[in-house]
Design a protein around this ligand. Structure first.
Ligand SMILES: [Zn+2]
Length: 180
């Protein structure tokens, strides 16, 4: 017997259309019901959340770059005043400025790298691809206490789950769509 997917009426096995309502849609008795387990839902939610956090992390790096530029401008103003002003300065302002410029460069490079890595990892997490890459980025994020550490540890915990590994394996080899 076949059950009509529209009205639920029982029809003969060879029926093409439902005797009761005329719909051609029948429940497939072989295909298992489409259900998502609690584990699958949790993994999906966590991976999506992590992806969003990585995009936010990338956005924070951009803000950081802005802050570095702003700080540089301000300090340049201060030092220019110190160079021309009569106020006694403990260190030659030119030397201090040179030293700080190196600090800005290092901070800038770190922020740009952080931006690129978090953006890429966000995309990878969203598409469930390149798990190892996201793990490496998570390790690098751990250096940035405290937010980066939280994000990094959470990412490593989620990505280390056996069920999440399976999700990644599935996305590598596309599942056949036909239920056989
Ligand atoms: Zn029917």
């Amino acid at each position: 017997m076949k059950k009509c997917a529209h009205c639920g009426a029982e029809n003969a096995e060879d029926a093409v259309k439902c005797q009761a309502c005329g719909t051609a849609a029948f429940f497939d008795p072989i295909a298992p019901p489409i259900t998502t387990s609690a584990t699958e839902r949790r993994d999906r939610d966590h991976l999506n959340l992590l992806s969003i956090f990585h995009f936010l992390g990338a956005a924070m790096c951009i803000c950081g770059i802005g802050a570095v530029i702003l700080h540089h401008r301000l300090m340049k103003m201060v030092f220019t005043k110190a160079m021309t002003g009569k106020h006694p300065f403990p260190v030659p302002p030119e030397d201090l400025m040179r030293l700080m410029n190196w600090g800005y460069r290092v901070a800038g490079v770190f922020l740009i790298i952080g931006f690129i890595l978090n953006l890429l990892s966000g995309f990878c997490l969203w598409q469930r691809k390149h798990r190892i890459f996201s793990l490496v980025v998570a390790g690098i994020n751990c250096v940035q206490v405290p937010i980066g550490t939280l994000l990094g540890v959470f990412t490593i915990i989620v990505l280390s789950r056996t069920s999440v590994r399976e999700v990644y394996n599935k996305s590598y080899s596309p599942r056949p769509d036909n239920h056989v």
